[in-house]
Design a binder for this molecule. Structure first.
Ligand SMILES: CCCCCCCCC/C=C/C(=O)SCCNC(=O)CCNC(=O)[C@H](O)C(C)(C)COP(=O)(O)OP(=O)(O)OC[C@H]1O[C@@H](n2cnc3c(N)ncnc32)[C@H](O)[C@@H]1OP(=O)(O)O
Ligand SMILES: NC(=O)C1=CN([C@@H]2O[C@H](COP(=O)(O)OP(=O)(O)OC[C@H]3O[C@@H](n4cnc5c(N)ncnc54)[C@H](OP(=O)(O)O)[C@@H]3O)[C@@H](O)[C@H]2O)C=CC1
Length: 284
């Protein structure tokens, strides 16, 4: 789909890059010539992932364990990647925490856990690297993984909805403010892409997983490669005029929820024949 040198020698940090969508994006970036740094809390998971990724795809994957909720740890993580590679070109803010719950059952610690990872963590990583880019007099790019309820909101995942909305606001705001430094800021809003982390916490029963699928007009979940290719395109120099944008990749899911008549896609054809007789004026 792309030239094999699309991301050649770009140094890319992926938060949460040792599992799920972060790992899938990283594998694709390696195929396209990038040098990776993956970071998350679990050092052993990162090392295992990096070894497997290098064995399968070649290239270099540097690991640094870091809890993105800790601003000092984030600054150290950014410094250590910068020192290792001599620079950093791109940050993919992908780390997240989430779970379904009635909001009134949440403790303030549960709220903080999600806001801390998604909103504060994304902000800390962006700020620490942005300062270095500006000080070094060079540009850079951030790609922030949000989701469509960043603008629709959603019950039962309210800390995540609030945090993703905040990340989208930061993305659009900094796209304007930091453009003068040559820093691009964009976002991707995925719909359902099966990962262990998301499914365990958001669709822990087969019924809930089926409900998620039924909301997608294309009647399927996303393939990791589809998201990874979109991310690769957005990070490429050839996409250099895209700034402040959030691209949705959800099979039409969020618009399905927005249209009052979307549920009629379940009606069998015979029912449409009957309805058509009822709704057409006689004689027409
Ligand atoms: C459908 C298909 C998709 C369809 C797609 C739909 C779009 C979805 C978009 C977004 C998707 C994602 O983000 S998917 C990403 C999913 N991946 C992750 O979440 C990975 C990381 N998550 C985690 O590590 C944990 O889940 C998380 C709780 C967030 C953080 O862990 P910590 O160890 O820091 O925190 P803990 O000490 O365990 O918990 C902190 C507090 O939170 C409470 N807490 C923890 N889990 C809780 C729960 N389930 N319900 C209530 N409260 C909970 C605890 O009781 C604590 O409160 P006290 O008891 O009061 O102390
Ligand atoms: N899967 C889906 O259907 C959708 C996913 N998304 C978004 O995609 C992204 C990836 O999600 P997905 O791959 O599904 O889930 P995962 O659970 O696999 O990914 C979350 C990653 O974040 C890391 N992480 C969590 N907390 C922290 C922390 N405090 N500090 C640093 N790293 C942390 C985890 O690693 P560790 O535990 O080692 O810290 C993990 O690697 C998220 O932004 C999510 O909101 C959006 C829409 C739909």
């Amino acid at each position: 789909m792309f030239r094999s040198d699309l991301l050649k020698d770009k140094v890319i940090i992926i938060t949460g890059g040792g599992s799920g969508l972060g790992r899938s994006m990283g594998e694709r970036f390696l195929e396209l010539g990038a040098k990776l740094a993956i970071t998350s809390r679990n050092a052993e998971k990162l090392t295992n992932a990096a070894n497997e990724m290098m064995a399968e795809k070649g290239g270099e994957v540097f690991t640094v364990s870091c809890d993105v909720r800790d601003p000092e740890a984030v600054e150290q993580m950014i410094d250590s990647v910068w020192n290792h590679f001599g620079t950093v070109d791109i940050l993919v803010n992908n780390a997240a925490g989430n779970f379904i719950s009635p909001t009134e059952k949440l403790s303030h610690r549960a709220v903080d856990a999600v806001l801390g990872i998604v909103l504060h963590g994304t902000f800390y990583c962006t700020l620490a690297l942005g300062k270095k880019w500006i000080e070094a007099g060079r540009g850079g790019q951030c790609l922030n993984i949000v989701t469509t309820y960043a603008w629709t909101g959603s019950g039962f995942v309210v800390p995540s909805a609030a945090a993703k909305a905040g990340v989208l606001g930061m993305t659009r705001s900094l796209a304007v403010e930091w453009a003068r430094y040559g820093i691009r800021m964009n976002a991707i809003a995925p719909g359902p892409f099966p990962t262990q982390g998301a499914w365990e916490r958001l669709a822990p029963t087969p019924e809930l997983a089926e409900q998620a699928l039924n909301r997608v007009p294309l009647r399927r979940v996303g393939e990791h490669s589809e998201l990874a290719n979109l991310a690769a395109y957005m990070l490429a120099d050839e996409a250099g005029y895209i700034n402040g944008e959030c691209i949705t990749i959800d099979g039409g899911e969020w618009l399905y929820g927005a249209g009052q008549f979307s549920g009629l896609d379940r009606l069998p054809n015979e029912m449409w024949d009957m309805l058509s007789k009822m709704t057409k004026k006689s004689g027409s």
